[in-house]
Design a binder for this molecule. Structure first.
Ligand SMILES: [Zn+2]
Length: 247
């Protein structure tokens, strides 16, 4: 029953090959645009990029799963998958990278002051992430999260920026533009300045943005986020916006 007809097999093989070529083309085009942009600007005129550390923060972890999709997919896992891809691209590009977490864990254990610790794990976790993000003077913070809403119809990447540093708005704008151009043509979401409900963005001094990659409550977007190819595209767009900042 499992035997496939040679023609069906050949067709599947052909489809696989076409898909691979398409992905390679997409990656090349995006990289091509980055290189083009780099060449078209006066790199020497902007020395701000010297020793920029990219702080990549995969939201949640450990006993805090973040949002949970109807099929049980956990936000914390998708966050880390995308964060790892962005990290790999940044390292390939020669950037300095600091991950707030590389494992399935929260960061509260590392906080020095453990007095009144009970019931405050989440606060300590966020304080630790902020501490890491502020350790380097010339750092750019990128928070990776997933969205969820009570109504399944909502979808699309939403980007928040910290109001404490004007560069945050610039990076968020560039990323939102690329998301619409290359990945989600019908995404008309505007970038939003973070208020006190987003602890890290509200307290950080370095340039900082938080990317809510998509809605786990939307079946179509959830399926996309679960696919490696889509996550790779998202990571590439996040990375290209980081490159724009670094130039
Ligand atoms: Zn989250």
């Amino acid at each position: 029953m499992n035997e496939e007809k040679p023609i069906a097999y050949a067709f599947k093989f052909f489809l696989g090959a076409v898909l691979t070529v398409l992905i390679v083309m997409l990656v090349s085009i995006t990289f091509g645009k980055i290189v083009e942009k780099r060449n078209s600007e006066d790199v020497s005129a902007s020395a701000k990029s010297d020793n920029v550390t990219i702080v990549i923060d995969a939201g949640h972890g450990g006993e805090d799963p973040g949002s949970v999709a109807p099929d049980g997919t956990l936000e914390k896992d998708l966050n880390l998958e995308i964060a790892n891809l962005v990290k790999a691209l940044c390292i390939l590009n020669g950037s300095q990278v600091k991950m707030t977490r590389t494992e399935d864990t929260l960061l509260y254990d590392y906080y020095d002051d453990l007095e009144n610790y009970t019931g405050k794990k989440k606060i300590y976790d966020l304080k630790n992430r902020l501490k890491i993000a502020e350790e380097h003077e010339n750092a750019l913070y990128i928070g990776i999260h997933m969205n969820k809403f009570s109504q399944a119809k909502y979808s699309g990447t939403q980007i928040y920026y910290s109001k404490n540093n004007p560069q945050s708005y610039v990076i968020a704008s560039s990323m939102a533009k690329s998301i619409k151009e290359y990945l989600q043509p019908s995404n008309n979401r505007q970038i939003k300045g973070a208020d006190s409900s987003i602890y890290i963005l509200n307290n950080i001094e370095n340039p900082a943005i938080l990317v809510e990659c998509g809605f786990l409550s939307n079946e179509n977007e959830l399926n996309l986020l679960k696919s490696e190819e889509y996550r790779a595209k998202l990571a590439l767009i996040i990375f290209s916006s980081i490159c724009d900042y670094e130039i």
